[in-house]
Design a protein around this ligand. Structure first.
Ligand SMILES: Cc1cc2nc3c(=O)[nH]c(=O)nc-3n(C[C@H](O)[C@H](O)[C@H](O)COP(=O)(O)OP(=O)(O)OC[C@H]3O[C@@H](n4cnc5c(N)ncnc54)[C@H](O)[C@@H]3O)c2cc1C
Length: 480
């Protein structure tokens, strides 16, 4: 099978690209999705309490606002339904291929095409769009003795809904964005919840509320109202970005978070355990009003000793104490900087992205990579965010891809590849900007790669990224 464009992944990125291509009249593309449904993050993270932490008016496509959100921060099922509805509304179904995993993709210099090895068989494509997701591969720590555990284990992104937690002795490992959402939900049901915390996260109050019928009707009836609110949220988030870029402005936010902790947790011992020891923002800032109250319930223990090993019926910490457990839930995040798709894409000289990157992903404008002609990555290196919706970044990248296709057609070019100097210049300017941000204040976070470089986040305002991505800059590319 040959297609003009092969898109890998049917989450916000892959689906958004498909919609925009179709709106431009480009029909000769397919979306290859390894799972049996679309939705990506919002299909996989079905844990109790899962919701977005960027307001829904902003955490959605700019071209498909949803007046029907039930809450200011929508729950997982609603976001998944929204993506399904977008696939119908924009006629994307005929392009979707499910149970279609891409095992490998190699650029063939002779045919100037991508050759894909997929579960649907071989496919060739002129252009490859990787929308495989930055947070789609669960990371589970290699704990000594884990294979001897006699109970049930699962990752929050692969929640085992068959396993009833009522009356269980549950060990939760990790205190990141997912754990703080599901811990308060499961705490009332379980017999005992032992929370293993390596680093205390900063937690801010969550200003969430339901959106009633009247409000939803208003969004439907008053043209522009929801877009106006979205714009307000967007610019207020951009203002917040200032504190990430100039850490001295973080003091105010940090004092709010400290007050939230002090108000919520009267017990000085527990409060000391939960007090972070790094500048707010260096790791992802979490939002919750229910996390601290849950940790103070009688059936909860917060353990800060490092884990030494897992035994058949419990978790042993460095101090030799065995904490009994019949269920272990990993809230340990994702493989972000060593994403498996990088091991599957081979460029001009037959090396994979992972081999070229050597543990530190780099790309031109976070989207194209020297040595990999006609490859476009959504949410590629340094396009993640700590302060606002990544759907905004995805849409900037999609606009860039569409403009690239237009420019190639106009110039009669078969393939484009960023010049080495353009990519190096972009990356070194980005690294310089990163060096003065809050992410460079010394904490160890999942934003950092194997070399210690932050290859995950965009160190700037998103409107600046958008400015750069409006036009495809042909002069930065070798035309093949
Ligand atoms: C719990 C959670 C909450 C989040 N909340 C927010 C938020 O509030 N705001 C925000 O901005 N961001 C949030 N994020 C980040 C979120 O991942 C992005 O916002 C967005 O959903 C990413 O979309 P995507 O299409 O790039 O990737 P995904 O949604 O991860 O989709 C990638 C798709 O690619 C498929 N795939 C991967 N490899 C292959 C392969 N080899 N072959 C075929 N298919 C493949 C996967 O199955 C998946 O369906 C959250 C993430 C998580 C995990």
């Amino acid at each position: 099978m040959h297609v003009q464009i092969a898109i890998v992944g049917a989450g916000f990125g892959g689906l958004g690209t498909a919609i925009r291509l179709k709106q431009r009249g480009i029909e000769h593309f397919i979306v290859l999705e390894r799972a049996a449904a679309l939705g990506g993050t919002w299909r996989d993270n079905a844990y109790p309490g899962c919701a977005c932490d960027v307001p829904s008016h902003l955490y959605s496509y700019s071209f498909a606002l949803n007046p029907g959100w039930s809450r200011t921060f929508s729950p997982q099922q609603e976001i998944w339904d929204y993506l399904e509805a977008c696939a119908d509304r924009f006629g994307i179904r005929p392009h979707l291929r499910f149970n279609a995993e891409v095992h490998g993709a190699s650029w063939d210099e002779a045919t100037r095409r991508w050759h894909l090895d997929s579960s649907l068989g071989p496919i060739t494509a002129d252009v490859l769009v990787s929308a495989a997701g930055a947070l789609s591969e669960p990371a589970t720590p290699k704990l000594a003795g884990l294979e001897t555990f006699q109970g049930t284990t699962f990752h929050s992104a692969r929640w085992d809904h068959e396993h009833d937690l009522a009356g269980r002795n549950v060990a939760v490992i990790g205190t990141g964005a997912s754990a703080i959402q599901f811990v308060p939900e499961i705490q009332p049901d379980v017999a005992r919840l032992t929370l293993f915390q390596r680093t205390a996260p900063w937690v801010m109050p969550r200003r969430a509320r339901a959106m009633g019928d009247r409000e939803r009707r208003a969004y439907r009836r008053i043209p522009g109202l929801q877009r106006f609110l979205r714009l307000g949220i967007y610019w207020s988030r951009e203002l917040v970005a200032l504190a990430f870029l100039k850490p001295r402005y973080m003091r105010y936010a940090q004092s709010l978070a400290r007050k939230h902790l002090e108000r919520s947790v009267p017990d000085p011992d527990l409060r000391a355990k939960l007090m972070p020891d790094y500048t707010l923002g260096c790791k992802r800032v979490l939002l919750s009003n229910t996390y601290y109250p849950a940790l103070q319930q009688d059936n909860v223990d917060v353990v800060t000793e490092p884990i030494r090993e897992i035994r058949p019926h419990g978790v042993v910490t460095a101090d030799g104490v065995e904490h009994p457990a019949d269920t272990i839930i990993f809230g340990t995040g994702f493989r972000v900087t060593d994403t498996p798709i990088a091991e599957r894409i081979r460029g001009r000289d037959s090396r994979t992205l992972a081999e070229v990157w050597q543990g530190s992903p780099k790309a031109y404008r976070g989207t194209t990579v020297t040595g990999f002609p006609n490859l476009f990555m959504l949410l590629g290196p340094n396009t993640g965010l700590g302060h606002t919706s990544v759907v905004f970044m995805i849409e900037c990248q999609i606009a860039y891809i569409l403009d690239a296709l237009r420019a190639m057609r106009r110039r009669g070019v078969t393939a484009v590849e960023p010049k080495p100097a353009a990519q190096e210049g972009f990356v070194s300017a980005l690294d310089r900007r990163m060096s003065t941000t809050v992410w460079a204040t010394g904490c160890k976070s999942w934003y950092l790669d194997a070399t210690g470089r932050n290859s995950t986040l965009w160190p700037g305002f998103t409107w600046r990224y958008r400015q750069r991505m409006r036009r495809f800059d042909l002069s930065a590319y070798d035309l093949i």
